[in-house]
Design a protein around this ligand. Structure first.
Ligand code: ZN
Length: 283
C-alpha cells in the first residue's frame, strides 16, 4: 500500500506531464472504483487545464481551470502510468493489458496518463477547489507531517493524556496525516521508543523529538523515490513504487543495525499490523 512518500513520488512524476497542461480527452471506463465516480466525471475533466498538482496526506489533488479539483487516491494497488510521446525522461510505453485501466487522460501535450487498479480500492472524486478541505475524505485529517503546523508543541499536546500505544497514536490520521505502518516503524526505531509505550507517558522532550525524525524519515524516502524516478528502469512507466532501505521494517530476526547492538529485530502485532522493533534499542 503506498504511503505518503510513494504518493508524493507519484505526484512529482506526474507534475511535468500534467501541470499547466490541458486534458484533451478523459476516458472513464467503469462507473466506480472503491466508490462510484462523481456524475459526468469524463465531461467535467475533458477540456480542462490542470492548474496545480498538490498532495494532501495520501491524496493527489489536481486543480482544474474549471474551479474544480480532482481528488485521486491510489488505494492498495492503484498505479499511475505515463505513456505517449514528447515526454523526455518520462517517455515510457505501457505494455500491460488494458483490463484494469479504469481512467485514461489524453493530454494535449501528447502524454497519456492511465490510472490502473487491479483491486479497485482506489478512488476518484471531484469537488470545488475551495471546498477540498471540507471533503469527507479529507476534513478529519490532521496536519501534514512536513508542514509548519506539525511541530513539537503540537505533538506534545496531541499525545497528552493518551493511553494508546505510541505506534497507534502516530498511525491515527486525525493526529498527523499520511503516516503508515512502514514509516512509523522506522521513526520509532530511530527515536529509540518502543512501539508499545503509551503515548501519554513519554516525556515531552522525547515526543517533541519525534517531529524532526518523522520529517527526516519521510524526506529521505521522498528523495529515494525521486532518484528512482530519475534513473527509471521499469519499462512500463509506473510511478511511485521503489525499493527503499528500511532499518527495521520487515527485518524480523535480522541483526539490529545500530552499532554495538547485538539484538535481533523483533515483531509484534498491534491493531492487526506488524510492528518491527529492536528490543534493546527501543524502550
Ligand atoms: Zn538494537
Amino acid at each position: 500500500m503506498p504511503e505518503l512518500p510513494e504518493v508524493e513520488t507519484v505526484r512529482r512524476g506526474l507534475e511535468p506531464v500534467l501541470t499547466g497542461q490541458r486534458i484533451s480527452v478523459a476516458q472513464v471506463n467503469r462507473p466506480d472504483l472503491r466508490w462510484p465516480f462523481p456524475d459526468r466525471m469524463a465531461d467535467r475533466l475533458t477540456g480542462q487545464t490542470v492548474t496545480a498538482l498538490r498532495r494532501r496526506s495520501k491524496y493527489i489533488l489536481a486543480d482544474l481551470s474549471s474551479g474544480e479539483t480532482l481528488i485521486i487516491h491510489l488505494g492498495m494497488s492503484g498505479r499511475m502510468l505515463i505513456s505517449g510521446s514528447q515526454l523526455g525522461t518520462f517517455h515510457h510505453e505501457h505494455p500491460a493489458p488494458a483490463k484494469h485501466d479504469h481512467v485514461v487522460f489524453d493530454m494535449a501535450n501528447g502524454a497519456r496518463v492511465t490510472f490502473n487498479d487491479a483491486r479497485r480500492f482506489g478512488a476518484m472524486d471531484m469537488i470545488a477547489t475551495e471546498a477540498v478541505e471540507d471533503h469527507w475524505l479529507i476534513r478529519d485529517i490532521g496536519p501534514e507531517p512536513l508542514g509548519n503546523a506539525f511541530d513539537g508543541d503540537y505533538l506534545v499536546e496531541a499525545f497528552r493524556g493518551r493511553n494508546t500505544p505510541v505506534k497507534s497514536a502516530l498511525l491515527d490520521q486525525r493526529l498527523v496525516a499520511g503516516l503508515g505502518n512502514i514509516y512509523v516503524c522506522e521513526v520509532l526505531y530511530r527515536a529509540g521508543i518502543h512501539p508499545k509505550r503509551k503515548a501519554g507517558r513519554i516525556a515531552a522532550p522525547r515526543v517533541a523529538g519525534l517531529v524532526p525524525i518523522i520529517r527526516d524519515v519521510l524526506q529521505e524516502a521522498i528523495e529515494a523515490g525521486g532518484s528512482s524516478l530519475r534513473d527509471y528502469r521499469q519499462a512500463d512507466g509506473e510511478l511511485g513504487y521503489f525499493q527503499h532501505g528500511f532499518k527495521v521494517y520487515d527485518r524480523e530476526s535480522q541483526p539490529c543495525q545500530t552499532e554495538g547492538c547485538e539484538a535481533v529485530i523483533g515483531r509484534i502485532v498491534q491493531s492487526g499490523r506488524s510492528s518491527f522493533f529492536c528490543p534493546k534499542c527501543q524502550r
